[in-house]
Design a protein. Structure first.
Length: 139
């Protein structure tokens, strides 16, 4: 049974309470059959000292959206999911507004999954290109 977009977003946003996602003000804004998208405001609280978005905050956003994609698109009643590798290539800086991270599964194996995560600005310009590998292990 497939979950509706609304149910996915409600579940994802509920998981963002009282943790790093709430601290970073990450909000899930879109979902489809093979993707999920979250956004994060770019404010002084996520800047590096010279006033642009910190790469670590970008990586946290990417890992959040990729890990949640794994939870939504895999059987988490039987398995638990953990991120085992993340990489980020930062290609453009941003000082304000929002960044959007869209996770798409590019490999869904029995034990490992790989997600392509593009982080863009409000004009859909690429800010960072990230890749997340997750592992599923029996509970």
């Amino acid at each position: 049974m497939k979950l509706s977009r609304e149910v996915i977003l409600q579940h994802a946003n509920a998981a963002c309470k009282d943790n790093l996602m709430e601290t970073l003000k990450i909000e899930f804004v879109d979902a489809g059959e093979d993707f999920i998208t979250a956004r994060m405001p770019v404010t002084k609280s996520v800047h590096q000292p010279d006033g642009v978005l910190h790469g670590g905050a970008t990586a946290a956003l990417a890992e959040t959206v990729g890990s949640f994609a794994a939870h939504i698109f895999l059987d988490t009643d039987t398995y638990f999911v953990r991120g085992i590798d993340i990489s980020a290539q930062h290609v453009k800086s941003i000082k304000s507004g929002f960044v959007y991270a869209k996770a798409i599964c590019i490999h869904s194996g029995r034990t490992t999954q790989v997600f392509d995560i593009k982080v863009t600005n409000e004009e859909n310009e690429l800010i960072s290109l990230c890749k997340l590998t997750t592992i599923t292990l029996k509970k």
